[in-house]
Design a protein around this ligand. Structure first.
Ligand code: 6GU
Length: 239
């Protein structure tokens, strides 16, 4: 998969992109990530990307005659047109379902906004998939773009090793349960012991305990997950 990022703050991505799993996937050519500074498409002498809103009001608006040519130029850099994703608090909310959908694309173009938002004609012309990462306000779309990259990358074949396999992740198709409690050594710490069953070596009993733990935890913390009808529940959990 190729991912293009259009942003006014490319520096925000640098340390993230050199993080281990991602860097490894990039070096194995499973993912190609191209950063683009939108300001390169500001052709006036002050490199203006934004302007005051018509009709008045606070904040600044990203200019249509900067952003549209920028995205079109990025699109032309590869034969695959790609899906344009606009990061905005007005978008549909990102869920694991949406992540699964995005992970099937061969190319994503992530468009990060700043300021008050985008001129509406940018949306009308580019018809992007508008995505929000949740009901809170961020200073811009950059963190949202990283969330998309981070979650989508896990679903690209061979990016994760068997150890980190995503197939049993919470929220994935066929698993609507939170993960069970995990323990490692020492067996006892400050008077708190690891549940006896996990030390028993009885794999049947251990699997029963894990299932019960996942269900009780989900019921206590996120009961709505147990009663959601989307997606069709097909239990493909193997562990
Ligand atoms: Cl993607 N961008 C901004 N600016 N705020 C957000 C968001 C994105 N998702 C939630 N809030």
């Amino acid at each position: 998969m190729r991912i293009d990022i259009a942003t006014l703050f490319p520096g925000m991505f640098e340390s993230y992109l050199s993080e281990s799993i991602l860097e490894n996937a990039i070096s194995r050519d499973l993912i190609q990530i191209k950063l683009h500074n939108m300001r390169d498409w500001a052709h006036d002498k002050h490199n203006t990307m934004d302007d005051r809103p018509f009709g008045g009001g606070p904040g600044m608006v990203l200019k249509v005659d900067r952003v549209v040519p920028c995205v079109e130029a990025i699109q032309a850099m590869d034969a695959r047109p790609g899906r344009v994703v606009m990061l905005t608090p007005q978008g549909r909310t990102l869920t694991q379902r949406v992540v699964e959908e995005l992970s099937t694309e061969d190319r994503l173009i992530l468009l990060c906004g700043r300021y008050e938002g985008f001129d509406q004609r940018i949306v009308d012309i580019l018809q992007p998939d508008e995505i929000s990462i949740g009901d809170y306000v961020l200073n811009g779309g950059e963190v949202g773009a990283m969330v998309i990259i981070d979650s989508v990358m896990r679903l690209i074949p061979d990016v994760l090793g068997d150890e980190e396999s995503a197939s049993t992740d919470s929220f994935s198709a066929g698993n609507r349960l939170l993960e069970e409690d995990q323990y490692t050594r020492p067996r006892e710490y400050r008077g708190r012991s690891v549940p006896e069953i996990l030390l028993s070596g009885d794999h049947g009993l251990i699997e029963e305990w894990r299932k019960t733990n996942r269900r009780l935890k989900t019921f206590a913390r996120r009961p709505e997950l147990l009663f959601e009808d989307e997606p069709p529940f097909e239990s493909n959990r193997t562990r």
